[in-house]
Design a protein around this ligand. Sequence first.
Ligand SMILES: [Fe+2]
Ligand SMILES: [Fe+2]
Length: 292
Amino acid sequence: MRPQRADVRDPLFELDWSGGAAEHHHRKACPGIEELPWGTIDVGLYPSALVDAARRAWTEVTIAEYRAYVAFARVLEAMALARVPLDLLGMGAAFVADEAAHVELAGRMCMELGGAAPLTVNMDTFARFPIAEGLSHLQRASDWVVRVSCVSEAFSAATAVGSLRAASHPLSRAVHERILADESRHTRLGPLFLDWLSDRIDDAERARLADVALDTLGHLKPFWQRRISKTTAGVTEEGWKVDDIHALGWLESEKMVPLARQVVTKDIVPTLAGYGIAPDALALDALLAQSP
Ligand SMILES: [Fe+2]
Ligand SMILES: [Fe+2]
């Protein structure tokens, strides 16, 4: 996947491909991708500005999936060093291959629409969270699991349900279905880890993890801070038909913004609260109230 234009100074986000034996083993680890109905979206049916916006949206998804790949690798390292149960490690190990598949799926959606948008990524800070110094291995593992599985993956999975429901083209629907089938498993790791962790931590550690969750939620605020484009009679302020947006596999801001807030309050926070990990209510309200 190569962006069409290289008109920015910073390095562009690009994916490379080896082929041959590497591709053979990748296909064994991530089966089924080739069977999707690639090549079936006729971009000529849609306004070019809308296709450009969809290319950008799918490029952002590709980068997000690549971030999830890196993040799960870090979750695995932290859990292994903390010597968590082997079956939790094995469960998490499969997720890294899943994220590689998601990167490919989203990247191929970009190609389907004419190529990736020219977005840059700073790999020095990529998928890095401000994990405190001096923590034990178990605390570091808890940090990573809360940040990645309990917050980030839970957010991705729940918002992806909205995108899947809307997706109306067979290809965009198949891509969302495939990604969501994996993401719903990825969100299971967090609660299973917390089940095991519960007897091993005290209230002070629960309070620390609540702050960790709140900090991670802060990284998601662009999803509900974006300006909403009002839809009238099925057409957005940009003049795009909502049906076309759905065919290209993404969700209009009028639906995405409230969904993002709802996922935080109805899914992520209650799940964590079930383990006594409760982000400060006032701070959370203030975070969710922020708008453009
Ligand atoms: Fe993913
Ligand atoms: Fe995931």
